[in-house]
Design a binder for this molecule. Structure first.
Ligand code: AMP
Length: 284
């Protein structure tokens, strides 16, 4: 089956209705394009659960603060479509901005609590923009399941909360982070890194792994975070926004390892903001 490309909500709905009439289940993989193996892992995971997979490609202006990288965000539509088709995806939904936010658009979805630490304070309005577009995508597609990466762990928890709170009738599937052989989490923004920065970038993952080992051995979050901040600086990172140990579900800050947790980090490398996180105790 050739890949279907929908540019309007009406054509997406017609496509999904045709699949539904044939008895097919439908999954959605929301992305901003510039697809890589991390996105493709989401398509493959979604395919394990649903007969049809839609990948949305939409660089959502609502989740970018003014003066950030909305305009220079990488865009590679042709290659994206080829990758979706090769991974067994059935359709790409790529609406223009006016289709998502027609004149007069005035609704916002905001999730309290979960958005107040980690990336929240550093990216005001970001999760409101994410939640708003994701709610729209879920309603537009009427999917049975949507797949999100653990790479953006706070986003995953925000989306789970929203789906539960709004009684949205779909399953949220979290997919483990896909990494380069040297440990760097795949990200469309890695394309911004200079060759010199690219050699430093994998230290982010190495340092949170070292921190995780210290926390497992009984170190406090405060001492571990201080050491990690110093190690990041020494490795050549610029501003370290946070290194935070949080409860894996509520994202509440923990003072030492307790139950299921996540160690999450955000730091700048030159002009690029990198984030990463790992489960604690480590995944088997
Ligand atoms: P983005 O296009 O960056 O908005 O990401 C779209 C989806 O892909 C989100 O659910 C991300 O969490 C997920 N994703 C991005 N990078 C990775 C990765 N390295 N491994 C797994 N999922 C990822």
């Amino acid at each position: 089956m050739p890949l279907a490309i929908a540019r309007s909500v009406a054509s997406l709905r017609a496509q999904v209705a045709a699949w539904r009439a044939a008895g097919d289940s439908v999954a959605l993989v929301p992305t901003m394009g510039a697809l890589h193996r991390g996105h493709i892992a989401l398509v493959e995971a979604a395919r394990q659960h649903c007969r049809r997979v839609v990948v949305s490609i939409f660089v959502n202006p609502l989740q970018f603060a003014p003066g950030t990288d909305f305009h220079r965000y990488p865009r590679s539509f042709e290659s994206d479509c080829q990758q979706v088709a090769a991974a067994g995806g059935d359709a790409v939904f790529a609406p223009p901005v006016e289709e998502m936010y027609p004149k007069g658009f005035a609704t916002e979805v905001r999730i309290a609590g979960l958005t107040e630490n980690l990336c929240g304070p550093f990216r005001p309005g970001h999760f409101d923009g994410v939640a708003t577009v994701v709610a729209k995508l879920f309603i537009q597609c009427g999917c049975d399941l949507a797949a999100f990466g653990e790479k953006d762990y706070q986003q995953l928890q925000v989306v789970r909360r929203m789906a539960a709170d709004l009684d949205l009738p779909l399953t949220i599937l979290g997919v483990p982070t896909v990494r380069e052989p040297d440990g760097l989490a795949l990200s469309s923004r890695n394309a911004y890194l200079s060759p010199a920065e690219r050699t430093i970038a994998p230290r982010l993952y190495a340092i949170i792994q070292e921190s995780a080992a210290a926390l497992m051995a009984g170190a406090t979050a405060a001492e571990t975070e201080a050491k990690a901040r110093k190690a990041l600086k020494d490795a050549g990172f610029g501003t370290v926004e946070y290194v935070e140990l949080v409860d894996a579900e509520s994202l509440a800050r923990l003072d030492r390892l307790r139950g299921q947790a996540r160690l999450a980090v955000a730091a700048w490398l030159g002009r690029t903001r990198l984030i990463d996180n790992i489960p604690l105790p480590p995944a088997p």
